[in-house]
Design a binder for this molecule. Sequence first.
Ligand code: SIN
Ligand code: FE2
Length: 216
Amino acid sequence: MDDLFERIAPVQPSRETMADGAVLLRRAALPFEKDLLAALTGITAISPFRRMVTPGGYTMSVAMTNCGAAGWITDRTGYRYDRIDPQTGKPWPPMPDCFLELAVVAAADAGYPQFRPDACLVNRYEPGARLSLHQDKNERDLAHPIVSVSLGLPATFQFGGLKRNDPVRKFALKHGDVAVWGGPSRLFFHGVAELKDGDHETFGRMRINLTFRGAL
Ligand code: SIN
Ligand code: FE2
């Protein structure tokens, strides 16, 4: 009976405001955990994680792959979305149903009921990896929000403003947390501080982040 209750008891997500148009839905991905993990294994079997090179020639510490109709890539020629994975020469793996469902439900909860992502960038952080402050601005229609799902080791998310040197607020992102930003904060600078070492019971020594976008 206890087991059954545990399985069907709804997870109680909690909501924090990060900025105008930006919310943090704590634990919102937990009910999807097992499905997300299985789907991730399927994605990386087709398009493995790789560390891409920035236009400036720097190899990123975060390893990336994608799923969906388009994937975000960077190389010496620039940042862009492409329907083809340059490493395999084939389309990115399709977006799994559980990915799509989670992104749509979270976006609706955050006030973006129209959101239907066509791209999901999958980021893998190992201890020491970080993502410097940047804007997500390669997407064609900035009316779509960004939905960002955190799994595995905790990280410090930095959320600033429209200008690179605007003050940055820090949020501890934990396993299952979903951040959504759009509208007035869609182009806010954000980044992830250097990942601290640890051992997550399901993901081990890593953090996985899924960011859903309307790219095309
Ligand atoms: C990103 O900005 O693409 C990733 C954010 C994160 O890993 O939380
Ligand atoms: Fe980003």
